[in-house]
Design a protein around this ligand. Structure first.
Ligand SMILES: Nc1nc2c(ncn2[C@@H]2O[C@H](COP(=O)(O)OP(=O)(O)OP(=O)(O)O)[C@@H](O)[C@H]2O)c(=O)[nH]1
Ligand SMILES: [Mg+2]
Length: 336
């Protein structure tokens, strides 16, 4: 079967949420051999045709190690399933070999029902891959977002790599735990500009969690008064206390996600997804051709511009990068 036809068939099976097809599509996009690129591109194009561009909701859960992101992800998935929505979960570790790519702890994993066709869970290891999240997660999210109503992306870390998550999802949920000094640290890092929701998990630690949430709300008020730290639409950034372990606050968190999804206009959502794809393509290009390649194409800003135009005209990020790469190599080879 020609690769294009194979990709079209696979995309249709992904759209009907056949687990075997979803797994096969994720395997394909993880395949970094050059000969797979055209099939990946065909798959992404075909996936794009299966759903309206504003379909679904992609939510990122990010934060320091051990705060309970996986436990919370499992709890959220269960709550969404209880509401009759289909859920795809992608756990991405951009930083290390710490857990060998098995990001979801055993306890969190066990709470997923393997027989449930409306739920799919997968880890992506991107160890040692700079710009790894943008590279690995975007395509994975495109696959899951074709198959499921809600996509949850878990990623660990604070700092540069984790800011990539905003290019992959529609809504960023920052998860912290009480008593860890995280509040100050996040404000210092300027990270308050990124999330759409902040969760203080392990709320079963009682007063500590409530105090951390109050500290955060106070800090956010001050930032808001200074014209910073706004969740958009003039509403304050929601700060919520949960206990993923005891399933407390989970329904309230889902309510917040649903309200944010309902509030965002189609145009805003498409713009955000488009910007994410631009960042994805440029990260992919930079990863493959390095700083020298970027310079050859006139620098990062020129490249962002060009990628933006190409994607608007209907190309896929992988296709754009293939085209840019050929020109880059031709320029690098041509005598000065
Ligand atoms: N007390 C309490 N413990 C929790 C809660 N949520 C998670 N934990 C525990 O915290 C530990 C870490 O939980 P994970 O869900 O693996 O945390 P994580 O943020 O995904 O960790 P990494 O992926 O390694 O960064 C586990 O022992 C969980 O059982 C909670 O709400 N309350
Ligand atoms: Mg985890």
């Amino acid at each position: 079967m020609p690769p294009n036809e194979r990709a079209t068939r696979l995309a249709a099976r992904v759209a009907s949420a056949e687990k075997v097809a979803v797994a096969a599509a994720l395997n394909l996009i993880e395949d970094r051999r050059a000969q797979s690129r055209s099939e990946i591109e065909a798959l992404l194009t075909a996936l794009g045709k299966e759903r309206a561009p504003s379909f679904g909701h992609r939510i990122g859960l990010t934060g320091p190690p051990g705060v309970g992101k996986s436990t919370l992800t499992a709890a959220l998935a269960r709550e969404y399933r209880a509401r009759g929505l289909h859920v795809g979960v992608l756990a991405v570790d951009p930083s290390s070999l710490r857990s060998g790519g098995a990001l979801l702890g055993d306890r969190a994993r066990m709470s997923f029902d393997p027989e449930d066709d409306g739920l799919f869970v997968r880890s992506l290891a991107t160890a040692g891959d700079t710009g790894g999240l943008a590279y690995a997660a975007n395509a994975g999210v495109e696959v899951l977002a074709t198959a499921y109503d809600r996509v949850l992306v878990e990623t660990t870390g604070v700092g540069q790599t984790e800011t990539d998550v905003e290019h992959v999802v529609d809504t960023v949920c920052l998860v912290i735990q009480p008593g860890s000094g995280d509040v100050l640290q996040f404000i210092k890092a300027g990270i308050m500009e990124i999330p759409d929701v902040i969760v203080v998990n392990k709320g079963d630690h009682g007063k500590l969690a409530q105090r951390a949430a109050a500290d955060l709300r106070g800090a956010l008020d001050r930032l808001r008064n200074a014209g910073l730290g706004d969740a958009g639409h003039g509403t304050p950034l929601p700060v919520l206390v949960t206990s993923a372990r005891d399933l407390v606050g989970i329904d309230a968190l889902v309510d917040i996600f649903e309200a944010q999804r309902a509030r965002v206009s189609e145009a805003e959502l498409l713009e955000r997804r488009h910007c994410g794809r631009v960042a994805w393509a440029v990260a992919l290009f930079a990863r493959r051709y390095g700083e020298h390649g970027l310079n050859t194409m006139g620098g990062r800003v020129a490249l962002l511009d060009e990628v933006d135009r190409a994607l608007v005209s209907g190309e896929t990020p992988v296709g754009v990068v293939a085209g840019l790469g050929e020109r880059c190599l031709a320029r690098l080879r041509s005598p000065i």
